[in-house]
Design a protein around this ligand. Structure first.
Ligand code: PMP
Length: 436
């Protein structure tokens, strides 16, 4: 029995499913990491793999970057969390605000879920309205209102022109579902029609510019601009979830769009490998959290928020992720997507690749999906995708289980070539099954 198999046997009784995060599960058992360095991770059985998952797109420099490790190590011996503020928080706030002129103020939290939740609560507090609007199928973390309408079975989707507010977790109160308005991705006329039906009740529209679960297709500029205009006309706020997409430009993928949001949620890579979240945006809106104001509308706190370890790791990582690094990684991703397309042609299979910034997703479909419904894969496609992912894994490549990958600055062309070689063999292996 492998060491990973033995550890999983032990884990099964300790935690539901034997884990604290479902994303680590694999059949017949998850693998346990021993160590990681750069773009490689070694499991407890001594097998090393090239890491295109990067802890679900959160490690922009791969593992154990020496500069980050050194900065964090220095802080560890000075204490990790205080009931006092630290200068590290200010320094990191200055750094992040300096990356995007539309970020006037910022607050730190501990996860992407918390960042999105804080944005939604701030929007409600600012507007005095109850409802939030979100894109069908988009993942924004675990907050009830942000969570609805994804991973649901097609039978529950509702009309294409009026997508249903479908719960993910059993027991989600109907009142929460009633306060979420679902709009289709990149379909502005339908989205505007739906929004207008709730126009006096909508606090904000929450949108991801490159939503992973919706197919990792970029939002159209006209779609985002149309939502911005609607928000202005109806005194609602526009909130971007840049928990993943912040990597796309120096101050977030939003810098590739003509519309500016009121608030932005961040997370993942801005923690430099440690748990993090942040929300930034217009000062007037952020002021709802100001405890110095006589009428603080949204009291906001968190025990580990802005702890100096995360602040120092995050700042060190983001300083390393400068304009040049962003450009290099985005260019590498564009060329990787081309190479993947070549492998698809060479294997002659019905597949395609979507993506942007430094992230890509492979679909076992002949055409790129344009919304969540088209992204959905039935049992057979899911099974074949599983075969491809297993092939990649068994040949030394870790990916995200939607057949997606993210790059890290620790990679170069050699890793991309290795990825494409293994992928082509995988395509050839699954082709007979796709042809059936
Ligand atoms: N928003 C997006 C776009 C995400 O991808 C995620 C995490 N996958 C979250 C929010 C939630 O972040 P966290 O897991 O840190 O709570």
């Amino acid at each position: 029995m492998s060491k990973s198999a033995a550890l999983y046997d032990r884990a099964l009784n300790l935690m539901p499913g034997g884990c604290s995060r479902n994303t680590v599960l694999r059949k017949p058992h998850p693998l346990y990491a021993a160590k990681g360095f750069g773009c490689r991770v070694t499991d407890v059985d001594g097998i090393s793999r090239l890491d295109f998952a990067n802890n679900m797109a959160s490690l922009i420099h791969g593992h154990a970057h020496p500069t980050i490790t050194e900065a964090v190590t220095r802080q560890l011996s000075l204490g990790t969390a205080f009931t006092l503020a630290t200068e590290a928080e200010l320094e990191y706030a200055e750094h992040l605000l300096g990356r995007n002129p539309d970020f006037e103020q910022i607050r730190f939290v501990n996860s992407g879920t918390e960042a999105v939740m804080s944005c939604l609560k701030a929007a409600r507090a600012y507007t005095g309205r109850p409802k939030i609007a979100k894109v069908e199928g988009a993942y924004h973390g675990l907050y009830d209102y942000a969570e609805v309408s994804q991973t649901a079975s097609p039978a529950n989707w509702g009309e294409r022109s009026r997508p249903a507010s479908v719960p993910v977790a059993s027991g989600t109160p109907k009142s929460a579902l009633d306060d979420v308005v679902i709009i289709p991705f990149n379909d502005l006329p339908t989205a505007l029609e739906i929004l207008t039906e709730h126009q006096d009740e909508i606090a904000c529209i929450l949108v991801d510019l490159l939503p992973h679960r919706v197919g990792l297709m970029p939002a159209d500029d006209e779609f985002i601009q149309g939502l911005r205009t609607w928000c202005d006309q109806h005194a609602a706020l526009l909130v971007f979830d840049e928990v993943i997409t912040f990597r796309g430009n120096i101050g977030g993928a939003q810098q590739n769009y003509s519309a500016v949001p009121d608030l932005t949620a961040m997370g993942k890579m801005i923690g430099g490998g440690f748990p993090v979240g942040a929300l930034a945006g217009r000062q007037e809106v952020m002021q709802v959290m100001n405890p110095l104001s006589s009428q603080m509308k949204f009291p906001h706190s968190g025990t580990f928020s802005a702890n100096p370890v995360t602040m120092i790791a995050g700042k060190t990582a983001m300083e390393l992720y400068d304009t040049q690094a962003v450009k290099r990684l985005n260019a590498m991703n564009a060329s990787l997507m081309e190479q993947i397309n070549q492998a698809i042609s060479q294997a002659d299979i019905p597949a395609c690749v979507s993506g942007g910034g430094s992230m890509f997703r492979i679909h076992l479909k002949p055409e790129l999906p344009s919304n969540y419904r088209e992204t959905y894969s039935g049992a057979e496609e899911t099974r074949i995708r599983g075969l491809l992912l297993d092939h990649m894994f068994d040949n030394g490549i870790m990916m995200i289980n939607t057949c997606s990958g993210t790059l890290s600055t620790a990679m170069d062309q050699n890793e991309l070539d290795q990825f494409c070689d293994v992928l082509l063999q995988g395509f050839i292996k699954i082709k007979p099954q796709l042809d059936n």
